[in-house]
Design a binder for this molecule. Sequence first.
Ligand code: SF4
Length: 290
Amino acid sequence: MKVTIDDKSGFCYGVVSAISKAEELIAEGKRVYSLGDIVHNDLEVARLESLGVKTISHADLGDIAPEKDTRILIRAHGEPKSTYATLRGGSLGYADATCPVVAKLQRLTVEADKQMREVGGTVLILGKKGHAEVVGLNGQIEDRARVVEKIADLEGVDFSKPLFLLSQTTQSLALFAEVRDEVLRRSAAPSKVVVRDTICRQVAGREEHLRAFAKECDMVVFVCGAKSSNGKVLFEACHSANPHSIKIESPAELTPKMFEGVENVGVCGATSTPHWLMEQVRDTILKIEC
Ligand code: SF4
């Protein structure tokens, strides 16, 4: 059996930077607390925890003493304004690893909100409700934007007023196009609808690449954490190109039966999937063959 790891799968720029930042701070002897999982992959989170990076929630911030060497790490997804206020209020030192692409989108959200408030319009964010990046975006503008996950969420939008549509960075291009077309169709004045495709090309570019990769394999093993948003999008891309695609979180889920009659396996993953984990998956598949 031949097992190939997709050369474009694995951490995106934003995740690599956040993890490197955490590792640097640990090497400097800092006490590092990641505000939420630094990456949507439990095994990578466990690896970082073994180095000393503790994962905390917002509710834990009040329990952390403002010591000189303490650093609260803001992960690539970014945070709402209120988090920075809490950190400053508690005199907690922090390291901001918000991905520059997300930071730019936060600034655009503020600008969109300003424009819409001037004309009585609404900002629409295509994104997953409750996802950290979306909470961070809407938290730049006191939650005035309406978060749209699917077409049905457009019910109740005032289409007689101007609208500004943008997207969480990890949404699918196809869904964005569908929502954009529907917004324009329903709007009483489509010329007053501003559309900004703010999907990160680190993710979007991978959809097409993964479809081609999946087509070349007898079977695809997609590795990603259950909480990964772009993992769902990218797995869907694999599955649409090759129905013999499975999604796993760890090599422990693999069984010999899965590979019966398979000669050519492709291993790939999300932007939050560590390369070392895909290597473990490849090695496990090769051992299954023996
Ligand atoms: S997917 Fe794009 S926007 Fe999101 S963290 Fe990675 S590089 Fe940044």
